[in-house]
Design a protein around this ligand. Structure first.
Ligand SMILES: *[C@@H]1O[C@H](CO)[C@@H](O)[C@H](O)[C@H]1NC(C)=O
Ligand SMILES: *[C@@H]1O[C@H](CO)[C@@H](O)[C@H](O)[C@H]1NC(C)=O
Ligand SMILES: *[C@@H]1O[C@H](CO)[C@@H](O)[C@H](O)[C@H]1NC(C)=O
Ligand SMILES: *[C@@H]1O[C@H](CO)[C@@H](O)[C@H](O)[C@H]1NC(C)=O
Length: 377
């Protein structure tokens, strides 16, 4: 039922979108698109705010940080998620944020879409709150490759047109409010990681939401989620040393100085020894998570990424070996044959020389010249 309703809702919008996408001024349609934070001047925020459901009220996500859908699809995405799996809104929104950054970075539409669908499917498979949206995910993914093209092209165009860096809206650069003592290094991440602003803002937002929603798990689990979220960006961006450093710096401080404000307050009331123990526990736990996550995935990704280039390399090496071996063998054989020829030739000459040596001395010099010329060959 939901499936067909969504189909009915989405298909006309795809057609409308296609028509607008074919128009000559795609930038005027960017009312709530990926480029909103970069150029808020040529849009009309009050009108837009009226048009879209208040995601802050529905999911606790401010509209400027809502990342799912573009243009008309945004409204339907919000409604669908609200009706089907409202408790998974933050997770889905994070997938959308990563997808936005991928489009903005122009890292290949197919790659971005595949990653996005894997993200959605992962949550559907692992989180009971998201399981209801399994059909929605199955629906969206095939459509994405079709209508995502317009958004992808728009991203490229807006990137081209804004050669001079326009100031990014401050409220979209979110910092975890529960970790105020580490705001500065978080801002540093924004400065160091180009084209990752949506993802990083989403990590901060999800940390806030984690503290707000009552959960069975302890609050420090929110810090663990933040670590995972930031650590995970490594696999979703262009390799960047400065970005790696900024994130490592932040993670290090997070582990060293603790996560949420409630944790630190609680810790102040504890005895010194207990405090030390708790900090050590935290460090150990987080290190374990980091190694679990990064190490295993690093190794896996390295194997996957390098296997293609490695395969080519080993193939070339093998071919080179085969050819050079063949060459050596052929050369050796030809040399053998040549040497035998030369030996035979020399023997003939020697016989000739010995037989003719007694007669005329000049003929021996002639024959030696002959033999030397034949060896030169
Ligand atoms: C969101 O879902 C709630 C509960 O199902 C419903 O009352 C509300 O009208 C929905 N809002 C929108 C904008 O769809
Ligand atoms: C998904 O769709 C299938 C059939 O298309 C249906 O049987 C199933 O109940 C749906 N699941 C959800 C969670 O809506
Ligand atoms: C955008 O820039 C790229 C590379 O700089 C260029 O190949 C492409 O044609 C440009 N696109 C537009 C629409 O200007
Ligand atoms: C680390 O991985 C092991 C299995 O590989 C698992 O049992 C353990 O729970 C993981 N630790 C954490 C903190 O996720």
């Amino acid at each position: 039922m939901n499936f067909s309703v969504f189909l009915l809702l989405v298909l006309p919008s795809v057609i409308v979108l296609a028509q607008f996408g074919a128009g000559e001024e795609p930038t005027t349609q960017d009312t709530f698109d990926y480029s909103t934070p970069e150029n808020p001047v040529d849009t009309e925020p009050p009108v837009v705010a009226e048009k879209f459901p208040d995601t802050e009220k529905l999911f606790g996500i401010p509209n400027n940080l809502w990342r799912c859908g573009s243009d008309f699809v945004t409204k339907m995405a919000i409604k669908q998620i609200n009706n089907t799996c409202p408790l998974a809104a933050a997770e889905f929104n994070h997938c959308c944020a990563v997808h936005d950054d991928c489009y903005d970075g122009q890292r290949g539409q197919k790659h971005c879409d595949r990653q996005f669908c894997e993200c959605l499917e992962y949550h559907v498979a692992t989180d009971p709150n998201a399981a209801n949206c399994g059909n929605l995910t199955k629906m969206v993914c095939p459509l994405l490759s079709y209508y995502g093209r317009f958004a992808y092209d728009d991203s490229r165009d807006s990137k081209n047109s804004s050669v001079t860096e326009s100031p990014v809206a401050a409220e979209s650069l979110k910092v975890p409010t529960q970790i105020p003592h580490l705001s500065e290094p978080y801002v540093e991440i924004y400065a160091s990681c180009d084209e990752q602003h949506a993802t990083i803002a989403s990590c901060a937002l999800n940390n806030d939401l984690c503290y707000r929603t009552p959960r069975a798990e302890p609050k420090e689990q929110c810090t663990v989620h933040l670590i995972r979220c930031l650590d995970d960006t490594r696999f979703n961006r262009k390799p960047s040393k400065t970005c790696d450093l900024a994130i490592d710096e932040y993670l290090w401080k997070l582990i060293r100085f603790g996560g949420g404000s409630e944790d630190t307050k609680e810790m102040e009331t504890l005895q010194d020894e207990d405090k030390k123990k708790e900090i050590q526990m935290n460090v150990l736990m987080m290190q374990e998570i980091l190694t679990n996550k990064t190490l295993v995935r690093n190794v896996y990704l390295q194997i996957v990424r390098h296997s293609s280039s490695l395969g080519l390399l080993s193939c070339l090496t093998f071919l080179f070996c085969v050819f050079s071996c063949c060459g050596i063998v052929i050369y050796a054989f030809s040399r053998c044959g040549e040497e035998e020829d030369i030996r035979r030739h020399d023997e003939v000459i020697n016989v000739h020389v010995t037989s003719s040596a007694s007669e005329v001395p000049s003929s021996s010099t002639m024959s030696s010249m002959k033999s030397s010329s034949s060896t030169r060959k």
